[in-house]
Design a protein around this ligand. Structure first.
Ligand code: WTA
Length: 652
């Protein structure tokens, strides 16, 4: 494509211009043409169970083969029933005694610049040792292990060690507060905590152990805590409860055969926000998740043995679980893992890493891309990015302008971009332009992967017309699907499977165009997407209301240049007058209750919140006010016009 064409950013949206896969890329790709994709998709649609059965038998190691592909008792699914396998075995042991045994599994770089390489054999050894450490601490099959660490190789080791013995990991993102950790620990009845003294972030130490100490004071089920020495920070070690990682590893045997686990043995819980205040523990299990992440990694990233693959997500999110750990390692890939911030010591850090490790596949979030654009191209130009052959995005839709920048400035106009739509609940990527097969339209996640049959429907469950918006559903079970919400089957049924009975409700709106391309249009519930992270408005409101001076609160999203959405909150007070000091205090309060990622950008005080006659907070109105739109929509149902008037005045 010429520069003149690439420059037509403004017209991309109207033209629905297509970017076909580059012919050289397609020629070497696992799925190399639209026809090949269509054949595979048709085959999977015609007999979905046969499609997955064949792959499961070929791609996973079975200690005992399964005798039933799917037991579907809607909405409860069991995949590969009767089989016994182990995810850690499929990620590690299968590569031993092959030429991959001395291949780098993880190329790790710490924020201060330290480096470590773990070959498959070395990673296997560390995982076996740590699995024995876990056993030694009394952790057994089905026990929940809570992990709150920075992005160090030990985080991967800890997860794989849990998988090896059938313990269930619950990784909690390092940006969450002690309150949030305690909530999650209690919901899951976690038995063991793993953390680090601290983590590096933009040159500063993130006090992980200190935060965990506060969380453990409120986590009665957690008996012991393993602490990795990362920064050397002074920490408080509680005798009999806290143990240093390296002390335990020094003593541990490297002999630990993988447990032969049932296909449906729980692998992990990952908490995510939904439309109520309480985070949901999304449950994923062994065989189906393993197969789904393995196949989607290969198809979507076109993974080859010679690739150097870098997903910049944190393992604290589903993207890190599926596409740093389980998917790529099952394929025997070399994975780059970076500990720190993209702008440390300066804004060129990511591109230096790409050049240094000769990264070929780069997977990041639109919010990061918007930051790169803002920081300026000079940081990109300093590094040689010619090793890149494929780019990806995840977490939110990518606006065409950012897509064009990514395509030109990072991809040198030669790399396909896979815009991957999926969710914590789906386990793996559901829709994306397969890079050798599906022409891309910037801003569209294009088509479903083989075995995935989506639809767009109205409130009655009827399909809407082509080009019209509606609720996105998935009409068939798939191996990577969530198996439930930890300890709350009722909520699982109600939230995902009741709106359109028998179908999975994603919670996103979408439309499908005349070419069968899907366009995600945002959430149908009160979930915000801040920098690609899901936050529920109700969680933020509950945090605010827990403050002694807050009577009532409403949180809404407003457009933000970098974060996609920023949080604006409207607060009514009791006993005190509004002040700037209180505004700051409330921001800090939310930070303390949930974590830095949930800190509101705006706090607005109001005498009352605008409500409908039935008492519902008028969120649309608040959103319009928060984003500074002049048109505030139809207000005739407002309970109290004076509220709106005074909120508007406040804005002046
Ligand atoms: C949004 C992240 C548009 C969507 C893997 C979804 C996207 C939620 C995309 C899941 C995309 C994710 N285009 N929207 N490519 N990817 N989303 O659970 O609203 O953290 O429902 O999983 O992010 O977020 P989650």
């Amino acid at each position: 494509m010429s520069d003149a064409q690439a420059g037509q950013i403004d017209t991309v949206m109207h033209e629905e211009r297509l970017f076909p896969p580059p012919p050289e890329f397609a020629a070497a790709a696992h799925i190399g043409s639209l026809d090949a994709y269509q054949r595979l998709w048709d085959e999977a649609a015609a007999d979905t169970e046969a499609f997955w059965e064949k792959l499961a038998r070929e791609e996973l190691h079975w200690f005992q083969p399964f005798d039933q592909v799917l037991d579907w008792n809607p909405p409860f699914a069991k995949w590969f029933v009767g089989g016994k396998t182990n995810v850690s075995y499929n990620c590690l042991d299968v590569h031993l005694d092959t030429p991959r045994q001395n291949k780098a599994a993880i190329l790790w770089e710490g924020e201060p610049g330290d480096q470590r390489t773990l070959t498959y054999q070395e990673l296997h050894r560390e995982v076996c040792k740590f699995a024995n450490v876990l056993k030694g601490l009394g952790v057994g099959q089905g026990d929940v292990v809570s992990i709150y660490m920075g992005m160090t190789p030990e985080l991967a080791i800890a997860c794989l060690a849990c998988a090896r013995i059938g313990a269930v990991h619950s990784v909690i993102f390092g940006g969450f507060s002690s309150e949030a950790i305690a909530d999650r620990n209690n919901d899951a009845s976690a038995k063991l905590q793993i953390t680090a003294d601290a983590g590096w972030r933009r040159g500063a130490e993130l006090p992980l152990k200190e935060t965990v100490d506060a969380a453990l004071a409120k986590s009665p089920t957690v008996e012991k805590c393993v602490v990795l020495r990362r920064t050397g920070a002074e920490v408080n070690m509680v005798e009999g409860r806290d143990f240093w990682w390296d002390d335990l590893m020094d003593e541990a045997s490297a002999d630990c055969p993988a447990a032969e686990l049932d296909s449906e043995a729980p692998l992990f819980i990952l908490y995510t926000s939904g439309s109520t205040g309480k985070p949901k523990g999304i449950k994923h299990t062994t065989a189906g998740y393993n197969l789904y992440t393995k196949m989607t990694s290969r198809w979507v990233f076109d993974l080859k043995d010679e690739d150097i693959y870098w997903c910049t997500a944190d393992v604290g999110w589903i993207t890190g679980h599926s596409y740093i750990l389980y998917g790529p390692l099952s394929n025997g890939a070399t994975v780059v893992m970076y500990e720190g911030a993209p702008n440390w010591p300066d804004e060129g850090r990511f591109w230096e890493i790409v050049e240094k490790y000769r990264v070929t596949i780069f997977y990041t979030a639109p919010t990061a891309i918007r930051a790169f654009i803002k920081w300026g191209d000079e940081f990109v130009r300093r590094s040689d990015l010619s090793s890149l052959r494929l780019l990806g995005t995840v977490g939110e839709g990518i606006n065409p302008e950012a897509w064009m920048w990514y395509h030109k400035t990072i991809g040198g106009e030669r790399c396909p971009i896979v815009d991957t739509w999926w969710q914590t609940e789906t386990g793996g990527i559901m829709m994306t332009p397969l890079p050798g097969a599906i022409p891309t339209k910037p801003g569209s996640c294009t088509k479903p992967l083989p075995g995935i049959v989506p639809a767009v429907v109205d409130e009655t469950g009827q399909p809407v017309d082509e080009g019209h918006g509606g609720m996105l559903i998935i009409t068939r079970p798939w191996p990577g699907m969530l198996r439930g919400i930890w300890g709350d089957d009722e909520r699982y049924v109600q939230q995902y499977w009741s709106t359109v009975p028998g179908n999975y409700l994603c919670g996103d709106n979408a439309r499908c165009d005349r070419d069968g391309y899907y366009w995600i249009m945002g959430r149908i519930d009160d979930v915000l997407n801040v920098s690609g992270h899901r936050l529920s408005t109700i969680e933020i409101e509950s945090a605010l209301v827990s403050h002694e001076h807050v009577a009532e609160a409403a949180a809404v999203g407003k457009p933000h240049e970098l974060k996609g959405e920023a949080i604006a909150v409207f607060v009514t007070l009791r006993d005190v007058e509004p002040s700037d000091a209180l505004r700051d205090e409330l921001k800090q309060h939310v930070r303390k209750e949930i974590g830095a990622l949930a800190q509101p950008d705006d706090v607005r005080f109001t005498g009352a919140l605008p409500k409908t006659r039935s008492g519902k907070i008028m969120r649309r109105l608040l959103r319009d006010i928060a984003s500074g739109k002049e048109e505030v929509g139809d207000t005739t149902t407002l309970e109290d016009y004076s509220v709106l008037a005074s909120l508007r005045e406040d804005e002046e």
